[in-house]
Write a new protein. Sequence first.
Length: 427
Amino acid sequence: MTYLLIVLVGVVLGAFINWAIYSWAWFPRAISPWSKADDRALPRTWSDRIPVFGWFGLRRETEIHGRIFWLRPMLIELLFGPMLAGLFWWEVIELGLLPSGAAAGMPPGMLVVTQQWMLIMYLGHALMMTLLMIATFIDFDEQTIPDAVTVTGTLLALTLHVIAAMMMPQIGSPLCLPWATEGGLAAVMFTAPAPIETKWLTPMGLIVGEAIFAAWCFALANRRWIMRKGFVKAIQFFAAGLVKYETMLLGRFRTKVWKLLVAIWLTGSVAIAAVYFGLGGSAWLALLSALVGVGLGGGQIWAVRVFAKLGLGKEAMGFGDVTLMAMVGGFLGWQAALFVFFLAPFTAIAIVLASWLLTGNRMLPFGPYLAAGAVLTVVFWDAIWNQWGSGVFILGPLIGAVLMLALVAMCALLFLFRVVEQKIFAQ
């Protein structure tokens, strides 16, 4: 009955995913049965809104939306439920995220607490994967990732870390993935595998958390730096871009982007301070862990974006990839975000090569492969962290230097690729 209930909830979530894919996109389309029908279509009926089965009736709109437009949304609703049920079995029942054999010697009381921890973690991962599904298919359709997904997801991740830590303060943050210690199990906090330093409980930790949140809000603003007409004009264009553009809220209310971002920044800054001064302890460390995940997750993609542009002389990835990775870092932490980034290219290689050979298209979105890397990181966390990945973090502060050298090397290789490509295609 538990698995059946999860499958049914997953099917309903699949219907929500389809609605969001076609409603939150840059160019909304009247495909979801919960959206307003196209002017050329027959009125929608109650049977059209039955998950999975309703798409057989909506095939009547083939001439409007395309020959097999209904197949993908039907499969999303059909498969998302079993996927969530399988994740529940793996995380909560099998305790598959723990080190191999860790559950065998647990006393019954510890086993119950661990399963409660895993249940909370599973709910967080299910929410993250719902948002990743929406972002993935919008990115496939339009090569964009809407802020409605990533901004909402990041704020939810920060909030859920605090709530989860309040529910199980003995663990620190039940949304942080687990790792093995000599004394048992612990959550991967932002300092793991090193011990938590007391300085992060001081005002220094508050300053770091507030700075990361402010930088994230600023990154969401419309920023344009154009030097063609000189430095003074560049500043004027930059300032105008910050205050000029509008956005749509809930599909009906228009507001200036800067007003919305200022509201998010002020509300979030007060909430961060409230957690620090009012709750402290595990709740504060959990929130700071999520904030560091947002900063490092999004920051590494932002850095890659900048260095790739220097090497190729053109945009290599959109800013939606930055906000998507910030969201993933908020859910999983910065250590997992590093693994997600390095796993993503392996998930993309086969598809990119096939598309290039068959269609000649090399401009495939990177967001879906970041999403796939996040799912792989969660499912195979034992092998990724507990068996070999944690050794990477023994480097401590040298990790930053290694990443910077890798970025410089990537820039040089992309520049070389750019030169070779120009030589080949110029002939």
